[in-house]
Design a protein around this ligand. Structure first.
Ligand SMILES: O=C[C@H](O)COP(=O)(O)O
Length: 235
């Protein structure tokens, strides 16, 4: 569990995967996002697809930030060969952390064979060269479905389970805790996204509850709020 009361600003940055994901994001905004991620010492910078990866690589050169992208972002409903092609292309372009969106509809249909196939392919293709993070989009799932998918993520040996893409509703704390319960003791870590306003309070609440990464475009705003929140005893 992260000790928020005694964390340094440098360590704090590493709790954030900074992202610029809007579909209309242009090169200037991607570059600005990368600079923000560097300035705050974030863990990674994410674009929505690997189209931007060459630009991100250029901006992050010489830093220890990871280069990230979504796989089948934000819907996750593409057939597996399409997802595999996206994984391979992202790795070829130089990504070393990938967020795969599961096929949410398949999980809702109880087609966990589809989920398992996606997760096993993700491990096989990306597991060696990249950090693997799996997005559930929990706002669309029941607690039982969340628990089942988390179990499959653990079985596949992936690195992180992530609540949301940030493009729909974020997770409730209850849903996050369902994930935490399902994953305790498995070695799978938790990433939260979709922490809409007021972002700092939400982000720090999830970190206090056990999240090890927050995915957001608002890393700077959240990190900037740390001192004030600590001063008034919230952290
Ligand atoms: O990982 C997902 C995104 O970082 C969500 O970011 P956002 O809440 O700023 O849209």
């Amino acid at each position: 569990m992260v000790d928020l009361a005694h964390i340094s600003k440098k360590e704090l940055g590493k709790l954030f995967d900074h992202s610029v994901l809007p579909k209309n994001a242009c090169e200037r905004e991607i570059r600005e996002g990368c600079r923000t991620a560097r300035a705050y010492n974030c863990a990674a910078f994410y674009s929505a697809t690997s189209y931007w990866t060459p630009v991100v690589r250029e901006e992050l050169a010489g830093s220890d930030l990871l280069i990230g992208t979504g796989i089948d972002f934000p819907f996750g409903a593409s057939p597996l060969p399409v997802k595999i092609a996206q994984m391979e292309e992202a790795l070829r372009a130089g990504c070393n952390t990938l967020d795969l969106i599961i096929n949410v509809g398949a999980a809702r249909d109880g087609r966990y064979d589809v989920t398992k196939a996606e997760l096993d392919a993700f491990k096989r293709i990306a597991g060696k060269d990249a950090l693997t993070k799996v997005i559930l989009e929990v706002c669309f799932l029941t607690d039982e479905e969340i628990t089942r998918v988390c179990g499959l993520i653990a079985e596949a040996g992936l690195d992180y389970a992530k609540t949301s893409t940030g493009q729909y509703e974020g997770p409730s704390m209850d849903q996050f805790l369902v994930m935490k319960k399902a994953l305790t003791g498995t070695g799978v870590r938790l990433k939260v996204a979709g922490v809409k306003f007021p972002r700092p309070q939400n982000a720090y609440a999830f970190i206090k509850a056990g999240a090890e990464l927050i995915g957001t475009r608002a890393s700077g705003q959240i990190i900037d709020a740390y001192d004030q929140m600590k001063e008034i005893g919230l952290l």
